[in-house]
Structures are given as C-alpha cells and as structure tokens.
Design a protein around this ligand. Structure first.
Ligand SMILES: *[C@@H]1O[C@H](CO)[C@@H](O)[C@H](O)[C@H]1NC(C)=O
Ligand SMILES: *[C@@H]1O[C@H](CO)[C@@H](O)[C@H](O)[C@H]1NC(C)=O
Length: 485
C-alpha cells in the first residue's frame, strides 16, 4: 500500500515537472516560486562539518547572506546516495572537512534529499530526476540572482547521488565546471540512456571512480561502464583491499557489530575515501594508467604516461577530455594513504635445460636511493625456459631511484619430488624495471654476467646497469613496440 502511494506521488511530481518545463515556465525561469523544491541545501562550515545549521533557500536571497556564502569562492555541492537508515552517512562530514582543508575559501553545500533517498531502491531511483531538477534550479537561481559563475561549481555525488549530479548538470542553464562521480550506482543505470544517468555531457569535466563493480552488469552495486571523461577503476574496480570477509570478522571482533553497515558498503564507499585522500595528501597524488583491461594492467603492460595515458586520481586530476571515454587502473593500499608505486618487471628466463613450471612464487626486493621494499610477492602462472615474462609489482614505499634488485624463487609449499631430482633453475642476465610513477626504465644486470636462479635457493642480486627516462620529449623515439626494452 505504502509503496503504491509513493509511486503515485512520484508520478504526480514527475508529471508536474514535465508540464512545468514543457510550458517554458519552469519555476527556475520564473525565478520566484521555489516552494515545490523539496531538497534542502545546507552550507556547512569548516567549524561545523557535521550539523545542518544554515540552509540556503532558493528564492530567498537573505538566506545566502545569512549563511556567509562566499561569492568569490568555489562551491562544492555534495550529494549523498540511497540510505537505509534515513540519516547522513559518516563519510559526509569527513568529505566536507577535507574539502575545506584543501579549499578554505570555498563553500561546501550538502544536498539533503534524505526523505526521498530512504525509500525502496527503485522508488529512490525514480526520485533522482526530481532531486537533480531541484539541484539544477538551485544552481540556476544562484546564477540568476547573484551572477554566481557556474565554472566555480563542482558537484560531487556518491552512488545514486552521482546520477543526481549528472541529471542536475544536464539541466543547468550553463555547464558546471566539474562533476565527480563516486562509484555511481549500477542497478537501473547500467543500461540507462545518458540523460537519466551521469554522462560526460553533464559538466565541462566529469571524473568517476569505480570501486565496487563486482557481479554481472546491471546487478553490480557500482556502474561498470565508463560514464565520464576520466573513469578510474582502483584495483580493477570490482572490489577493494581491506574489504574482505576476513577483514570484516576482525573489525567486528574489535569494534562490535555497530560497524556492520560500514563493512557491507566498504568497497562502494572506498570511492569517497580515495577522493578524501586526494584532498588531504595533496603533494603525492595516486596515479592511474589507461589500459584496455584489468588483466592487461595486472601484467604490467599499461604504465605509460605518453599522450595522457596516465592521470592523477581525485582532486588533482588533469581535465583531459578525450573523445572516447577510457578506463584507467591503479593499485592501492587498504588504508589511507592509499598510494602505491607501480613497477613493470620484464625478465627473460634462459638456460640449456628446458623447464616448465606452473604457479610459481617469486619474491622481489627493490633497493633505492630513499628506501627499500623487500620480498614483494609475485606469482607467475607459468614459467618456461627461453621465455620472457612481464608482470606488475607495487609497493607503498617510495623507494626513490632504483639501484639494486634481488630476486628469489620460492620453493613450493608442498614437497615436490620432481624438484628434488631436477633442481630447476633459470639463467638470467638482465631484468628490466619500468616505474609508473617516475616513468623511468632501469636495466639491472647480473653481477657475474649471468645469474643462476635456483628454486628454493638464496636470492640473486642484480645491480643497475643502465637507465633512461621513458618520456623524453625530444630525441629519437626508437621504441615503437610496446614491450621492447
Ligand atoms: C572568499 O574567497 C576569496 C577567493 O577565494 C578569498 O580571497 C576571500 O578571502 C574569501 N572571503 C571570505 C570572507 O572568506
Ligand atoms: C635457449 O636458447 C639458447 C640460445 O638461443 C639455446 O642455446 C638453448 O639451448 C635454449 N634452451 C633450451 C632449453 O631450448
């Protein structure tokens, strides 16, 4: 009964909004009657990031003055998503605080559409059009009334809120500067047409983080397809580190069931925390790399920065507007700061005797001018004599310039008779390492011309013999083949 009544309300409001805009006398155009706007616009302050103390009321100019809106500052509009509890989620004050920390003169506005966001999911989906329309009318009013420039407006929407932001952006008189979509909702949107979801047309620049896109398209919590100018899929976009069941059990043991809700949304909400991280850790943004697939990225094949192939994650993203939206990838840590450093390793295994082994575990240690990172594990699905392998390794440690590398071939966890008799080993002369973050390639050479890497034995040491920058603007570009040294 209740949902039926709601549906009627939705339908009624929808028809109302249709007739309003078709007649060319939408409330936004009249500039006087905003009474039907149900969404609330709350100007939070750096001092009070939590409470809704000051409301900006469309049509009421004094409300803007009373809230001390800074007309020459930037404006961030934060839009929440679907909610079970009907309350703001705990990330909102954190994002507000981080925005103010980074941009102290700005205005951070939280859109309160909690009443419409706490319905059955499909009902709330239907409401996104109305809320988007509310937000657009508010923004248009700010422009009409105060001449507030829309290229100072940045909308940030999480989950359903990302589509609200998109719909709002498509309805403003002029394009807003930027929309950031934080894991835009997938169900009901994966196959939706551009006008009813977030899309690149909705702002001058649209950047999107996809953090929880596990499952078949249309059923995954986060939308899978790219919907912005820059779409970043941290850790493949499916699921985030630190969000697994084991972790959940540990947190429940420590903090009790109160955080259950948090765990369910862990990967989804990671999008917000990655963005917060980018605001707080200004000097060291995480880099993401364009790649055809997450599998190719995991092989280390996509660490190039040529022709805008890499970009910063979060606030400091370069506003690259390619014709075709492309997917970008990176690895992260499980906690803030999320940044890791990516390396592609290329090894040629040679030898006079032929060996082929599957699922082999190696450990790589990197030593640099600043620090070292030891025993980074790598599992290769197959290793064979006289074959070349590429793979990705990453570490949270900023090593600096690479100087030395150690490689160890771990013995199988079970006792393998075949290894006992054959003592597999590979001859290695050189290892090439390409650093994503610095775009430098380093060639490591064996100290004795050739190293014999034996399974289960001590690590072999390789020292830097040659390095160069990948991205020399001038000079001969002799390396057209993607994977050549
Ligand atoms: C408003 O923003 C401008 C530009 O960002 C800044 O210079 C000014 O100090 C701010 N005013 C107030 C009252 O915060
Ligand atoms: C690997 O290649 C080298 C050089 O081409 C050759 O001498 C060696 O016999 C090859 N090893 C195997 C196991 O085929």
């Amino acid at each position: 009964m209740k949902s039926k009544a709601l549906l009627l309300v939705v339908l009624g409001l929808w028809l109302q909004s249709l007739t309003a805009s078709h007649g060319g006398v939408a409330a936004a155009d009249r500039g006087s009657d905003f009474r039907d706007i149900e969404s609330k616009f709350v100007l939070r302050t750096p001092e009070d990031t939590v409470e809704d103390t000051c409301h900006l009321i469309p049509g009421v100019a004094e409300s803007v003055a009373n809230c001390h809106f800074n007309h020459s500052g930037k404006t961030f509009v934060v839009i929440h998503g679907w909610t079970v509890t009907g309350m703001y989620e705990s990330w909102i004050p954190k994002l507000v605080a981080a925005l103010y920390k980074r941009e102290p003169d700005s205005n951070v506005i939280v859109v309160d559409w909690l009443l419409r966001a706490q319905q059955h999911y499909p009902v709330s989906v239907g409401y996104t059009k109305l809320v988007g329309n509310d937000v657009a009318r508010f923004i248009n009013w700010m422009e009409d009334e105060f001449n507030y420039p829309l290229d100072n407006v940045h909308l940030l929407g999480y989950s359903l809120g990302a589509h609200v932001a998109g719909i709002a952006g498509s309805l403003t008189n002029k394009k807003v500067s930027r929309i950031t979509g934080l894991d835009p909702a997938g169900p009901n949107f994966e196959y939706a047409e551009a006008p009813s979801r977030l899309s690149p047309d909705d702002a001058y620049f649209v950047d999107v983080l996809h953090t929880f896109t596990r499952g078949s398209p249309g059923r995954s919590i986060g939308i899978q397809k790219p919907v912005g100018h820059v779409d970043i899929y941290p850790n493949g976009g499916t699921f985030q580190p630190g969000c697994n069941i084991g972790e959940a059990i540990r947190v429940i043991a420590e903090k009790g069931f109160g955080d259950m809700d948090q765990l369910v949304k862990c990967s989804h909400e990671r999008s917000v925390h990655l963005f917060i991280d980018s605001l707080l850790n200004e000097e060291n943004p995480s880099k993401a790399y364009r790649c055809s697939s997450k599998e190719a990225f995991d092989k280390g094949l996509c660490l190039s920065c040529r022709k805008n192939r890499c970009n910063n994650l979060g606030y400091e993203v370069h506003k690259v507007r390619a014709k075709r939206s492309s997917k970008m990838y990176l690895k992260t840590r499980a906690q803030m700061p999320y940044k890791v450093f990516h390396y592609q390793v290329k090894i040629h295994f040679s030898g006079t005797e032929s060996y082929t082994q599957t699922n082999q575990l190696f450990e790589i240690s990197l030593y640099g001018t600043v620090a070292e990172s030891e025993n980074i594990p790598v599992t290769l699905p197959e290793v064979s004599t006289n074959k070349t392998y590429f793979f990705l390794i990453y570490t949270p440690v900023d090593i600096g310039e690479l100087l030395l590398l150690k490689l160890k071939w771990k013995s199988d966890s079970y006792f393998g008779w075949s290894d006992w008799w054959s003592k597999p080993s590979f001859a290695i002369e050189k290892i090439r390492v390409k650093a994503g973050e610095t775009q430098k390639k380093v060639i490591f050479c064996s100290r004795n011309k050739v190293s014999h890497l034996q399974k289960g034995k001590a690590a072999e040491v390789f020292v830097k013999c040659y390095s160069r920058s990948l991205n020399r603007k001038s000079g001969r570009q002799t390396h057209t083949k993607k994977n050549s040294i």
